[in-house]
Design a protein around this ligand. Structure first.
Ligand SMILES: CC(=O)[C@@H](O)[C@H](O)COP(=O)(O)O
Ligand SMILES: NCC(=O)COP(=O)(O)O
Length: 240
């Protein structure tokens, strides 16, 4: 069964909208853990529009489950933040300036040498590395040459195409996952996964280690409550 890492960016968005500490990000993270989440994900961005750099230190001091920090390693401030906090995992995402959210994976072919350097920098600090990639065989092949521990498949296209034709939507992911397994890479996935598309994805991708879910899960919690929502997401990941 894949682990569920709850991305709490949206909690920070809500908190920042009023400038105080409501909702309390650290408390929400602790509650996610208490309700069964196996990890906490944050994606600090340079404008600190949701997760602030200080949040990462505050979370690191309190959470007990797997801490996953996602972000752009081309920002020195991000690299320093990760090294200072030693999370269980860093996920390297090729953010571009001004983007609303992550919208593409790394071009691991073009940036192979650079990624190799970044992977060993973090691994030498004892941090597991995952590279965010599109489900394309060439990207998986080149990711493996960087020495990364895992790849995270960018699931926006799957989520988008799920309702039209779920078999077709998942196919590139199944092919990419098979290749990743052949190359000995661990497999994570995330972006726009939700209560409707999660079960089919996890059933179709054997050996999936972790999903990180934020936007849909926090939105569902408005209606269902956080504890019930996390239980429902966990339930999607259990296969008979
Ligand atoms: C890496 C990824 O897939 C993103 O979903 C990201 O972590 C979310 O970031 P935002 O919350 O800033 O949209
Ligand atoms: N890595 C993906 C993630 O953390 C959450 O993405 P989303 O569920 O907010 O789209």
């Amino acid at each position: 069964m894949a682990n569920l890492s709850v991305n709490i960016n949206k909690i920070a968005t809500l908190r920042n909208s009023r400038g105080g500490n409501n909702p309390d990000l650290v408390q929400v993270a602790l509650d996610c853990e208490r309700f069964g989440a196996q990890g906490i994900t944050v994606h600090p961005r340079p404008d600190e529009r949701h997760i602030r750099y200080q949040d990462v230190f505050d979370l690191k001091a309190k959470i007990k489950t797997e801490f996953n920090i996602e972000g752009n390693c081309r920002e020195q401030k991000f690299v320093d933040l990760v090294l200072a906090n030693s999370p269980a995992q860093v996920t390297l995402v090729p953010d571009t300036e001004g983007q609303i959210t992550s919208n593409h994976g790394w071009d691991t072919v073009k940036h192979q040498d650079y990624l190799k350097e970044m992977v060993s920098l973090f691994q030498n600090a004892g941090i597991r590395v995952s590279i965010f990639v599109d489900p394309v065989t060439a990207m998986i092949n080149a990711a493996a040459t960087t020495g990364t521990d895992r790849v995270e498949l960018y699931t926006e296209a799957y989520a988008h195409n799920f309702y039209d034709n779920k078999e077709k939507a998942v196919l590139p992911y199944a092919v990419a996952a098979k290749r990743a397994h052949e190359l000995g890479l661990g497999l994570n996935a995330g972006h726009d996964l939700d209560l409707h598309n999660l079960r089919y994805f996890s059933e179709s991708i054997p050996g999936l280690l972790e999903v990180s879910i934020g936007h849909a899960l926090i939105s569902d919690a408005l209606y269902l409550g956080l504890e019930n929502t996390i239980q429902r997401y966990l339930h999607q990941l259990v296969h008979q």
